[in-house]
Design a protein around this ligand. Sequence first.
Ligand SMILES: [Zn+2]
Length: 453
Amino acid sequence: MIRLHDTARNEVRPLELRTDGAVTMYVCGPTVYGPPHLGHGRFSLVFDVLRRYLAWSGLDVTYVSNITDIDDKIIHRANAESRPWQDVTAECEDLWWDAMAGIGVLRPDQTPHATEFVDRMVEMVGELVDRGHAYTTSDGVYLSVEAVEGYGLLAHQSLDDLVAGAGDRAVVGEEKRHPGDFALWKLSKPGEPSWPSPWGDGRPGWHTECVVMSLDLLGDGFDLHGGGLDLAFPHHENERAQAVALGRDFAHHWMHNGFVEVAGEKMAKSVGNFTTLTQLLESHDGRAYRVLVLQAHYRSPVEVTPATIGRAEATLQTIDALARRTEALPDAPPDGSVLDAFRDHMDDDLNTPRAMAVVFETGTRINTLLDAGDTGAAGPLLASWRSMLSAVGLDPRDSSAELVPDDVLALARARDEARAAKDYGLSDQLRDELVSLGWVVEDTPDGTRVRRT
Ligand SMILES: [Zn+2]
């Protein structure tokens, strides 16, 4: 069984499953008020890799990731641009799914929208009030964190330390009983989107959204709750606090991925740095970000710059070249020892850098065998190589999948016609023309194929 770092216990331990053979995971999704940024790309890739790997290992995975479609930031942007808030969320959700497709992230099995669960959130807040763990103020309903056993579990700090660490930000409002208390329900101001509740029209707090959606869709004691490290505190701490205050069994394992750094180069656009995932995808192969994420451990920082993405693209080229070279080779049973080595690394707290080293070594061995003409011995290694790539969601792409402009395709077809007519002078001339345009020209049984280097 896979072992993963658990933020709550601060140790790597086996992922224990509620039901044998099935994994339930909830990962906090985006608040849709702007284009997805690089950090969104990283958490989406980390958990997409985990999900694919668990499924590859034979587990039945249920993956839920939400869309937060009501939030102060959404309201601010809608007001600033004088447009309905639903317009902002619809536009940004489209950008989100486009970007996810661009980096090859599979759609979650369920993508609950916060606004679809408001009735359930009102019920849960009511229950917390009834139990005496929440109280009303003039602007909403708050959870009393002092009533929560073990508050600070994910932050690894006591409530007193958390309050002391917050400094001036922790000044208690006139009505808040404790600086750590947080809003479960926010009363709306005139003109703001709102839903009815026993405490007045308003909207749910962010922490309330996720605890309701995860428990509703995955049930008590689901297996794994994840997100970026920045969500551990206060967001996940506060989700957990509500579940504890309700006496519910919440997530059994907490997994957080590290940050994205752009520190190596200035953020300015003038040096070509990216600030959003959408920007990165405009000029680069989306698979390159996956390669970059795989080559770092998920708990370590990743530096995302044109230079690091460029190196990842070079890595992709070696993968694609081997895929092209081996595309006609038949399937063989995989090599068990190669897959075992890969699995050992993946099961060791998702050690993708080591697992990818196994993938690359296998690729080198295949190339060496093919150079020697030993296709028979290459077969099992090739099957293993293909299988490992699928486990981490990397699709080798042959040149036919590449976008080749129509005029270039026309030159390639003209060359095929020249060769068919045995006009080798013209055929060579057309080859030179394609090369001068920056294309690599290959002869295949199906005719001329062109690709970028
Ligand atoms: Zn969340």
